[in-house]
Design a protein around this ligand. Structure first.
Ligand code: SD4
Length: 289
C-alpha cells in the first residue's frame, strides 16, 4: 500500500476521480478535492441520480441531498433542496458560515439564494419524459444497480494526511415527495474521523439509514479492522436486519488513514474508482451474493 494522496469514489466516475486526484497532486486540501470531484457529477446531465439532470420525485420535482465533512469533524448538509445545481457547495457554506449542520427544503434554498447561488431548472426533457412514462404505471420499485445507481460519495486524503468526504444525490427516482435518503445524513451516507479513516455508502438509502452504516464502518476500523473487513461486517449487519436483502442493493466503500481501501456490497455490480498519484483505477467490489 502506497501512502500519500488518494481519492476514492463510488461507481465508475472517472472524471470525478481525476478531478479530485489533480487537486491533491497540486497540493490542494482533501476538502477541496472531494468538493471539486463530486461537482463533476452534479453538473453531469447524463447522471440521472445526481444534481442537474437528476430523476424527479413522483410529483416531477428534482430534490437534492448532499453533505460534506472536514478533517476537523465539522460537517454541513442540505436535504430536499430544489433548483440549485451544486448542493455540495451549499452544504459547504452551511458548514463554514452557519452555526448549524443541516438545512432542508425552503430554508436551504433561501440560504443558497442569499449566498449568491442562481436558481436553475434541473429537470431535463429526458428525465421529464421518463417520469411521464413512469406515471402511467406508478410502479415504485427501485431496480438493483439501476435506479439505485450513481450517487457519488467520495473520500480523499491529501498530502498532509488529512481526510475529507462528500456525498451528493437526487435520491431514488420517483421517491415520495419530501423523502430524504441516507446521502445527506452524517453517519449514514458519509462519515469520517481524521484519526481513523472514512466511509461512504450508496444504494437503498432506507437500509443505510436504519443501520447508520458509514459510522459503523469507521467505528470498526477504529477497532483495528481493515477497510475491507469493516465494509463486509457492516453489509452483513444490514443483511442480518432485513430478510428481504435480495430485493435491494447497498454498497459501502472505505479508506483508512494508511490509504488502504475496501469495499463490499450485497449484489454484484458495484464498482468504484481509486485515484493514486493522479492515476485512476476502476475496481469491482466484492459482493455477498
Ligand atoms: C438514496 N443512497 O437516496 C441514495 C441513492 C443512491 O446511487 O445511492 N443512488 O437512497
Amino acid at each position: 500500500i502506497k501512502t500519500g494522496p488518494v481519492s476514492i469514489n463510488t461507481w465508475n466516475f472517472q472524471e470525478a476521480g481525476k478531478t479530485a486526484g489533480a487537486t491533491l497532486i497540486q497540493g490542494g486540501t482533501a476538502l477541496d478535492a472531494v468538493q471539486r470531484g463530486v461537482m463533476v457529477e452534479e453538473a453531469n446531465l447524463d447522471n440521472t441520480t445526481v444534481g442537474n439532470g437528476g430523476a424527479p420525485d413522483r410529483e416531477g420535482e428534482v430534490t437534492l441531498d448532499a453533505c460534506i465533512m472536514a478533517p476537523n469533524g465539522n460537517c454541513g448538509s442540505v436535504a430536499y433542496l430544489k433548483n440549485i445545481e451544486h448542493p455540495v457547495l451549499v452544504a459547504r457554506k452551511v458548514m463554514e458560515e452557519t452555526p448549524h449542520v443541516m438545512l432542508v427544503g425552503e430554508g436551504a434554498y433561501n440560504f443558497a439564494i442569499q449566498n449568491g447561488f442562481k436558481p436553475k431548472n434541473l429537470l431535463t426533457e429526458k428525465s421529464e419524459k421518463e417520469w411521464r412514462k413512469w406515471l402511467k404505471e406508478k410502479d415504485y420499485k427501485p431496480i438493483i444497480n439501476i435506479e439505485n445507481h450513481d450517487t457519488i460519495g467520495m473520500l480523499a486524503i491529501d498530502q498532509t494526511g488529512d481526510i475529507a468526504g462528500a456525498c451528493t444525490t437526487s435520491g431514488l427516482a420517483y421517491k415520495m415527495q419530501g423523502r430524504v435518503g441516507d446521502s445527506p445524513i452524517i453517519g449514514s451516507g458519509l462519515f469520517l474521523d481524521n484519526e481513523v479513516g472514512g466511509a461512504v455508502a450508496t444504494g437503498m438509502g432506507e437500509e443505510i439509514l436504519k443501520n447508520v452504516s458509514s459510522f459503523l464502518v469507521v467505528e470498526l476500523m477504529r477497532q483495528g479492522k481493515s477497510p475491507q473487513e469493516s465494509c463486509e461486517l457492516a453489509i452483513k449487519r444490514i443483511i442480518k436486519n432485513n430478510s428481504k436483502y435480495k430485493d435491494f442493493q447497498v454498497a459501502l466503500l472505505a479508506v483508512n488513514k494508511k490509504g488502504e481501501v475496501g469495499s463490499y456490497c450485497i449484489h454484484p455490480g458495484f464498482t468504484y474508482v481509486v485515484n493514486r498519484a493522479g492515476e485512476n483505477r476502476n475496481i469491482k467490489s466484492e459482493s455477498y451474493l
